[in-house]
Design a protein around this ligand. Structure first.
Ligand code: MSP
Length: 643
């Protein structure tokens, strides 16, 4: 095993503020980095922000900002959150940093000199939201992006291409030779079947916008900027000083590169192909995690249900949140965030099992032996219990290195269960009464040792909490104690327990408000269904209770599993677009709706249709022949009032 470790997170786009998905990746990576440091490896942990590309350029423009100013602002928010979350990164890279741009240009020239880059013309579809190229046959629902469903744009421009097809066989060989190169296995199989379908060369430059890294001066071609994914992926080596001397390149290849499942293809196909072209070794593990939903629903800004990690950490405690994220879902699978699930984990796993064990040790040792705990008789009386614990803990390292954080924690909790059950079973208070004091003392020492081992192994997940427990048990969390207690399985030296206030006070009710609806808060229409029928007479005031507005359809996509419904994102001149689920699929295709105007009932009570939030209604005329949307005769500003 190398004595170095290099852990990376994806670099986050600066078009969005940090949410639970970003926090999840970063917290897993932080846990792994802390683990490697604990076991004594020289560790480098990288995170940062991805700041170029069309998506960022457009996001900045729509807010009236320069791309750089906008990137500075949002990148700062990511960094501030990671600092507040005590994320132990060694470097925070920004793709607008000068050294990164130089490294990317250098890499481009190496790949070019190798003969892996050629000039041509790209014609196809581009999804700005995913920053991905697609062919005709890959699109869904008449022009929709197969990954996110949003409408794609037709692109035809001069472009440099990377010979990705040349690396198809070497990639397949890598997957075949290195069993754990992509984790988990199921995701690796998906990558393999994708590659087996055949790889096309990849367009790696764009000419239709500016916000990107220019080609190296040696190319003498100023029109092009690099494709944002080439620029972004190279961050993993430019951060180490690729192309420069005396820097941190000795950390390469990465030990673990964490990504979400949506960006695995870039990391398990393009990235290793680029590395092969550069003549660099491939990462040891690329690990893809699943996505978080909230209360069973996909999170999105328009639904207003995005989980804000800071809000959760403030309400429930940062380390409790970390534990929840890593314990709740098997790595690679999707997980659901709900306050109830979080509270259950805190009250049950952390409070009843971990916190309570420490309290029992404090209580018993205080009563029986003035707080002194001595391990000398543990093996004499409780060798079986200790060996059962050793059996459980001997495999946990492999589990964690395969990123199965939930199983890792489950195993640690199995050890805690042995400790708690031993107390119930052996009833040390009875032993004290029966004069078997040695056995009672040894039992307290047994469970203290189990807790100490779990505490060390839990440290990467809950650094501050475990430091407090370790302190109570008379040791500090260091690589030396890891070697002594975990590797050599030595028992604790005699110590006097330190009292600590309860670590996990019980949480009785939800501590955060439920997701708020986007403003303005919709007004509930008071007219009854009967009264609102055309035939009934209403007053002018009643009519004006309905807020009718002109809306511009920004995005349209079909609702999976419905023949009737389309999901629309509509600009009503408010801060965020509104999502409206409309039953017009038989009459309109998503493509023909985008950028057209409609009339919207804007103060309708929001409803959930097929599990999707709908915040308004479109006006349409309907008869036997069909349906036609009501639209302003001439374009008006989004949000213009009707009436
Ligand atoms: N900039 C690219 C990555 C470039 S890496 C060279 C990018 N950025 S992102 O900000 O859009 O996404 C970053 C990560 O957040 C991805 O790994 C993605 O999977 C993750 N998540 C975004 N939403 C998520 C959830 N709802 N749940 C879990 N993770 C999700 O992609």
């Amino acid at each position: 095993m190398s004595n170095k470790a290099y852990i990376t997170t994806p670099i986050y786009y600066v078009n969005d503020v940090p949410h639970i998905g970003h926090a999840y990746t970063t917290i897993i990576a932080d846990t792994m980095a802390r683990y490697y440091r604990l076991i004594g490896r020289e560790t480098f942990f990288l995170t940062g922000t991805d700041e170029h590309g069309q998506k960022i350029e457009e996001a900045a423009k729509s807010r009236g900002k320069t791309p750089q100013g906008y990137a500075d602002e949002i990148s700062g928010k990511f960094k501030a959150l990671w600092d507040e979350f005590d994320i132990s990164y060694d470097k925070f890279i920004r793709t607008t940093d000068a050294y990164h741009k130089e490294g990317v240009q250098y890499a481009f020239s190496v790949m070019f000199d190798k003969g892996d880059i050629y000039k041509g013309e790209y014609e196809g579809h581009y999804c700005v939201s995913c920053e991905t190229f697609f062919t005709d046959t890959q699109l869904v629902d008449e022009g929709g992006c197969p990954d996110c469903g949003k409408p794609t744009r037709l692109v035809k421009e001069e472009s440099y291409f990377f010979k990705l097809s040349k690396y198809q066989e070497p990639l397949l060989k890598w997957y075949n030779d290195d069993e754990k190169c992509v984790l988990p296995k199921g995701k690796k199989n998906e990558v393999i079947s994708f590659v087996k379908q055949g790889l096309r060369d990849l367009s790696i430059t764009r000419t239709s916008f500016d916000w990107g890294v220019k080609l190296p001066a040696s190319m003498n071609d100023n029109k092009h900027v690099m494709y944002v994914w080439l620029d972004a992926l190279l961050n993993y080596i430019t951060a180490l000083g690729y192309g420069k001397e005396n820097e941190n390149m000795h950390f390469w290849p990465a030990t673990i590169q964490l990504v979400g499942k949506d960006i695995l293809r870039f990391h398990a196909i393009y990235w290793p192909a680029f590395l092969m072209s550069l003549g660099l070794p491939l990462p040891q593990h690329v690990g893809a995690h699943g996505w978080w939903t909230r209360n069973g629903e996909k999170m999105s800004k328009s639904k207003g249900n995005v989980v804000n990690p800071k809000e959760v950490a403030d309400a429930y405690g940062l380390e409790n949140f970390r534990y929840f994220l890593l314990r709740e879902v098997p790595f690679g699978q999707d997980g659901d965030f709900s306050q109830k699930a979080l509270m259950d984990r805190i009250n049950s796993d952390l409070g009843n099992e971990l916190g309570n064990l420490l309290n029992r040790i404090i209580g018993m040792s205080g009563k029986y032996s003035n707080g002194v705990v001595d391990s000398k008789d543990v093996l004499k009386f409780y060798a079986t219990e200790l060996s059962n614990v050793n059996d459980i803990l001997k495999n946990v390292e492999t589990t964690l290195l395969e990123l199965q954080t939930n199983r890792y924690l489950e195993d640690l909790w199995k050890a805690l269960t042995i400790a708690n059950q031993s107390i119930t079973l052996h009833e040390p208070w009875v032993k004290m009464k029966e004069g078997k004091e040695e056995e009672a003392f040894a039992l307290v020492a047994l469970v203290s040792n189990i807790l100490a081992r779990v505490t060390l192994l839990l440290h990467p997940v809950m650094p501050k909490t475990t430091a407090k427990i370790a302190h109570a048990l008379g040791f500090e969390i260091t690589t030396a104690s890891y070697e002594k207690l975990i590797v050599a399985r030595t028992l604790l030296d005699t110590f006097t327990i330190e009292k600590v206030p309860p670590l996990f006070p019980r949480i009785e009710e939800e501590l955060m408000a439920q997701p708020s609806l986007p403003s303005p808060e919709p007004v509930v229409i008071k007219t009854s269904k009967k009264e609102s029928k055309i035939e009934s007479i209403i007053t002018i005031d009643q009519f004006f209770e309905t807020s009718l507005k002109v809306g511009t359809i920004k995005e349209a996509e079909v609702v999976e599993g419905s023949d009737r419904l389309l999901k629309l994102q509509i600009d009503l001149g408010e801060e965020h677009t509104r999502q409206i689920i409309a039953g017009i699929r038989e009459f309109y295709t998503p493509k023909e709706l985008v950028n057209t105007q409609v009339c919207v009932v804007a103060n309708l009570k929001p409803a959930t249709i097929k599990g999707l939030l709908s915040q308004g209604m479109l006006l349409a005329a309907k008869d036997k022949e069909g349906m036609s949307l009501i639209r302003p005769e001439h374009p008006r500003k989004s949000g213009a009032s009707i009436g």
